[in-house]
Write a protein that binds this ligand. Structure first.
Ligand SMILES: Nc1ncnc2c1ncn2[C@@H]1O[C@H](COP(=O)(O)OP(=O)(O)O)[C@@H](O)[C@H]1O
Ligand SMILES: [Mg+2]
Length: 230
């Protein structure tokens, strides 16, 4: 379970302080798919980064599977991320000198996951596996970053706009694959998206508005990625 209580976070450029998270409280159950929606600049990426231990919140409390992130030092946070978390970044952050296979293997290596070639195939990257990131389109790079995170078999997967660079058909099949793996392996997934229809795929939906939670609700039935609007 992910539990956030009154979490605050500001950025400062030395002169001005910009409050980005203004007291966010939420609860995401183990094994759930949670979708976070909100306008650009509402703090979605910042929320993912504090929930996953990439960045430290300024105030409040964050507990993830019983571990209190707020009480950890940098080394403990790094160790926590290594053990538990997979992250699909909005900007991909692939390693430029490694091939597709090399990038995915790196994720797999952390979990000793021998099934990573299947993940590469499932994401439609089979004939690109020897290419370097610079030789790929944005959508292909995005799929590599998703494959890398899945290959780690994380306990919790955080995805920041994972279909932003994908066309509708590829986007739907990637989301479908993620949702299927999630059900099969039982990991928790927290996904930020700009597509409001993706909320219909979720167990729980969190809507953000200028650094606050505007609304949360649960769905009784999850729609598949091929049933939602786009
Ligand atoms: N590292 C940073 N330094 C300064 N300001 C930042 C930083 N990251 C985000 N911000 C600011 O915080 C606000 C929320 O950003 P973000 O969490 O990326 O929103 P979203 O993902 O919802 O678009 C924006 O106004 C953004 O400019
Ligand atoms: Mg963002």
């Amino acid at each position: 379970m992910i539990l956030a209580e009154n979490v605050t976070k500001s950025y400062t450029n030395g002169k001005t302080i910009t409050p980005v998270l203004k007291g966010v409280s939420l609860r995401i159950k183990k094994g759930e798919l949670a979708v976070i929606l909100g306008a650009s600049g509402s703090g979605k990426s910042t929320l993912l980064s504090v929930l996953s231990g990439l960045e430290r919140a300024d105030g409040g409390n964050i507990t993830v599977s019983g571990e209190n992130l707020s009480a950890m030092n940098e080394k403990q946070l790094t160790d926590f991320r290594k053990r538990k978390v997979g992250f699909v970044f909005q900007q991909y952050f692939l390693l430029p000198h490694l091939s597709v296979e090399g990038n995915v293997k790196l994720g797999a290596f952390l979990a000793d996951n021998r099934e990573y070639p299947e993940i590469i195939e499932a994401l439609g990257l089979g004939d690109k596996k020897h290419s370097r990131p610079a030789e790929l389109s944005g959508g292909e790079q995005q799929r590599v970053s998703i494959a890398r995170a899945l290959a780690k078999k994380p306990e919790i997967l955080f995805l920041d706009e994972p279909t932003g660079a994908l066309d509708e058909n590829t986007g739907r099949s990637v989301l479908d694959y993620i949702a299927k793996l999630q059900t099969e392996l039982g990991f928790t997934a927290v996904m930020v998206t700009h597509n409001p229809f993706a909320a219909d795929m979720a167990d729980s939906v969190i809507k953000m508005n200028s650094g606050n939670i505007a609304e949360t609700y649960c769905n009784e039935v999850r729609k598949s990625a091929f049933e939602i609007g786009w």
